[in-house]
Design a protein around this ligand. Sequence first.
Ligand code: BGC
Length: 252
Amino acid sequence: MSVILGIDIGGSGIKGAPVDTATGKLVAERHRIPTPEGARPDDVQAVVAQLVQHFGHTGPVGVTFPGIVQHGKTLSAANVDKGWIGLDADALFTRAAGRDVTLINDADAAGLAEARFGAGAGVRGTVLVLTFGTGIGSALIHDGVLVPNTEFGHLWLRDKHAETWASDRARERDDLNWKQWAKRAGAYLEHLELLLSPDLFIIGGGVSKKADKWQDLLVPARSKLVPAALQNEAGIVGAAMIAEHRLSAQPA
Ligand code: BGC
């Protein structure tokens, strides 16, 4: 059994737990530390170090980030401090954790976990995982293979980035009831369906805990749609999966 520490950096909390990557199950209780005000790189790396210490973890670590992650660098920061843009965050976290760290976009991590162990397990074809929270994250997966950094939350819709109009934060900000929010989310999904023809939409993020409020209101014309199954564990599990994947890809 391979146990890897997964850490999920979110807008309000940074959560971690050791994960059995063969089953996707957490092997110890999740630990959450509030995200430091402003989510600046230095403060966030200190929390990552604290989580590694909390679990006394000695193996590799996977970490999610709510922005574009390419070749270990963080390249966007829609909802966190702009100091992340262009930063070698992989190196920063590797120093902080004192061990090998693999970095992945938060929605990509959630998507990998849902596709393997959650609502998309065993589904072939195109699965589009969308996380509705502070922003909108996306993960595009075909036959289990992820196309990273799709950033469909920034699709230009109604003269705005879709996430500023249809995220869970937009629902709260504009004081929308579920029907009003579902109207916006439905228009967004309709556009994505036209562009990508997914076989399955998986809806995750904050709204997935309240699926009974919107499930009957979000019915795409051609694609199936289900709420995420792993909810707030998906990022942690996906982070551990990607760290394991990097490990197994290394020459012996
Ligand atoms: C970011 C994405 C992220 C999503 C959810 C968006 O604003 O650009 O990278 O996955 O928020 O956190």
